[in-house]
Design a protein around this ligand. Sequence first.
Ligand SMILES: Nc1ncnc2c1ncn2[C@@H]1O[C@H](COP(=O)(O)OP(=O)(O)OP(=O)(O)O)[C@@H](O)[C@H]1O
Length: 254
Amino acid sequence: MSAAPTTGVALAARDLRREYGVGQSRVVALDGVDLDLAAARFTAVMGPSGSGKSTLLHCLAGLDRPTAGAVRIGDADLARLDDRRLTRLRRDRIGFVFQKFNLLPTLTAEENIVLPLAIAGRRPDPAWLRQVVAAVGLTDRLGHRPAELSGGQQQRVAVARALVTRPWVIFADEPTGNLDSRAGAEVLRLLREAVDTLGQTVVMVTHDPAAAGYADRVVFLADGRLVDELHRPTVGQVREALDRLDRATSGTGR
Ligand SMILES: Nc1ncnc2c1ncn2[C@@H]1O[C@H](COP(=O)(O)OP(=O)(O)OP(=O)(O)O)[C@@H](O)[C@H]1O
């Protein structure tokens, strides 16, 4: 497989649909989403509850298969991969940061960070590992287990774990949802720095306009469709766009 793209389009979705259930209980979670994400950019996905943000993230990241449509990440067309290849692509080429950190409690911070490499049977590149650990500010905490770290430090371990494989794309689902605003800001600065200094591509779902204010681009979903987007927005502009969306979707029953 090729190296992570740092220019051009890192990820492309075409006419993405995801339906759940059948008959009366059928729900159209994604209703024809087209999205190109530039490499080495930070994109935030926002929208009202139930608008399809998590479904979109899961389909883009190969955690869920869309009902129809295509997703390309780097040189891979996800629909063409069988389950084994998709699992390998997720392990080697995609980084994840979840709201609930998802660290293994019995492993130290360092062991958690290198876990994706250990699972893949690869050794960490010592210089890269040092750079990642220094970037997340955890050099003096590497021997601690998650329970001995603050929430913000645990999430920084999770960001380092996502960075260590040099993935094509890091997907972050509400990464600051469990953090106070100061720890949340540290994690967001870290993601921003990964984009600016390492050329990392990051996609983040968030409800928080302040978090979206760190992004290069914010796309807005409503009823499973992309309905608006902002480039390099201020937090105020994100709030205004969400207010517009609330007014436009109120009364639609979602
Ligand atoms: N496994 C599932 N089975 C049935 N319906 C589902 C399933 N997952 C999601 N949905 C439905 O699909 C729609 C989109 O859900 P999704 O979780 O993607 O929205 P969201 O924008 O992430 O919401 P939130 O902000 O509340 O997390 C919702 O109507 C939801 O009820």
